[in-house]
Ligand binder design. Structure first.
Ligand code: FAD
Length: 474
């Protein structure tokens, strides 16, 4: 019998691979090692749990350990894989107070990413959080909840880090600083405002959510300000100060007194485990893989937030750490290991974000410099159109930017922002990018129309018409 398929990491990519492999080949032994207590959890739901919109932290779990075992997968929680030896096809595992060797037939690195705080001093003070772990989500929700209302039944789950128990007894903060105006910062601004906190958001550049481009940033800025967030743009946080707990944020533009800080300035791929092996890394620092998720080391695969993927527009490897791609790549690798090779698929960098009531979406290449680096001659147009027929209740202004290559007319990317179901409209464009559609072809798409859902000309079609017109006029 062959050595088992060993998976490092028990969340989106890792468990998708393990489940798929076992389903396709029930005789294959599949072992998952997860270093934390948590498996199969929804990072993406953490801001909404902290806000109180999702009631229980247990609601963020998709599969329980017994669900995984029922699938025939052997699961070890609180077991960390600490080294990999590609020559002997073995890994070293630490768990239950022991270290032992595990051999593998194939190995999947699905170790995800971690929050990055390095440039900022003082992040080890009390009441300073990052949001890349369920422990932080549990502690933050507990901290925001008045002690009399705290739901300490969470400890009965056996999951929560007892070190964080003190947050169940602390008086809630009144003023919070969010460092970083990316996805996590914006989603957490909504959560903090929902608890009534005076909220300061510090962003080093001149606009929030840089990956969504100028037009979305402008609308997101308005949305944040209308919701009462104190936006400090072009402001770099230098350090966090305090005795034991954080007391103030020191920036290049002065000091703000706070009693809680959330740092959301980015993430880094967890790749230390396989450094020093033949596995190679891309410019992003994430693991390089081929179309089936294979790394440069024999029988070692990588998937999810620790790995790059090929971009559907440029064809180049890019690091876009998001949920669907982690699940899909894991599933494909499970299939490849069990039976037939299955490509992990390309990415378009499609992402959506809620900034209070504003829905934002982006896909493809929207940055002109990046497009030029990839050999395109980019041209963009931005329009604002209604989301429904003008006379129909709920019609809302929707801003769309489309970018295409001037010479071929090929669509390269775009963004959308609006309060009425704007975000999901980005999927029309994402589909077109995967097909290599030109802006002329996109303009001719037969999209749905009825007054409660869309005007006759969907905002995406309006943008295509304007962009095509401006390319043809040149
Ligand atoms: P992870 O989910 O990070 O899992 C990796 C696992 O590996 C972890 O459980 C870790 O403990 C374990 N591990 C690491 N090293 C070892 C080791 N040596 N031994 C054993 N185990 C190890 N994506 C979206 O598409 N949409 C969203 O709205 C969205 N919102 C998000 C909101 C937040 C606050 C965050 C933090 C992320 C969000 N994401 C979102 C990103 C999404 O959650 C990730 O892309 C996805 O979880 C990646 O899955 P993964 O399996 O690659 O990594």
């Amino acid at each position: 019998m062959s050595d088992p398929f060993v998976v490092v990491g028990g969340d989106a990519a890792g468990l998708s691979a393990a489940s798929k492999c076992k389903r396709e080949n029930p005789d294959r032994e599949v072992i998952v090692y997860e270093k934390s207590e948590w498996i199969s959890y929804a990072h993406c739901g953490m801001p909404y749990y902290i806000k109180g919109e999702v009631d229980s932290i247990g609601d963020l779990l998709s599969l329980s350990p017994s669900d995984v075992r029922e699938r025939g997968v052997t699961l070890y929680r609180t077991h960390e894989v600490v080294s990999v030896d590609p020559d002997s096809h073995t890994v070293q595992v630490v768990g239950d107070g022991k270290q032992f060797e595990q051999s593998y037939g194939e190995l999947l690195i699905a170790t995800g990413a971690r929050a990055f705080t390095a440039p900022i001093e003082g992040t080890d003070l009390d009441n300073v959080f990052t949001l890349h772990h369920m422990h932080s989500a549990a502690a933050l929700r507990a901290f925001l909840t008045p002690p009399d209302d705290a739901d300490d039944s969470i400890f009965d789950t056996g999951y929560v880090d007892l070190d964080k128990q003190e947050y169940f007894e602390r008086e809630p903060p009144e003023t919070v600083a969010i460092v970083g105006g990316g996805y996590v910062g914006i989603e957490m601004a909504e959560a903090f405002r929902a608890w009534g906190l005076e909220t300061h958001l510090f962003q080093r550049s001149g606009q929030p959510v840089p990956p969504f481009g100028d037009a979305v940033a402008e609308r997101a800025t308005e949305a944040l300000q209308e919701a009462g967030v104190n936006l400090h743009l072009n402001t770099a946080v230098e350090r966090l100060d305090g005795e034991e707990s954080v007391e103030r944020v020191v920036t290049d533009d002065g000091t703000v007194e706070v009693d809680c800080v959330l740092v959301g300035i980015g993430i880094r791929p967890n790749t230390e485990l396989i450094e020093g092996t033949p596995v190679t890394f891309g410019e992003s620092g994430a693991i390089s893989i081929d179309e089936h998720g294979r790394t440069a080391a024999e029988d070692i695969y990588a998937a999810g937030d620790c790995a790059e993927k090929d971009h559907t527009v440029t064809g180049d490897p890019e690091w876009v750490p998001l949920g669907l791609t982690a699940n899909r790549a894991g599933r494909a690798i499970g299939q490849t290991v069990a039976a037939d090779p299955e490509p992990v698929g390309e990415i378009a960098g499609t992402a959506v974000l809620k900034a209070f009531e504003l829905e934002c979406g982006r896909t493809g290449i929207i940055d002109h410099e990046r497009a030029r680096e990839a050999g395109f001659d980019p041209v963009s147009e931005t329009i604002t159109a209604g989301s429904r027929s003008g006379y129909y209740p709920g019609n809302a202004e929707t801003t769309v930017t489309l970018t295409a290559d001037r010479e071929s007319g090929r669509l390269l990317g775009g963004t959308i922002a609006g309060e009425d179901r704007a975000a999901v409209r980005i999927n029309t464009l994402a589909t077109a990018l995967h097909e290599g559609t030109t802006v002329g072809e996109f303009e001719k798409l037969d999209l749905a129309y009825a007054p409660p859902f869309s005007p006759v000309w969907d905002p995406m079609l309006v943008a295509a018409k304007v962009l095509n017109g401006s390319i043809e006029a040149e």
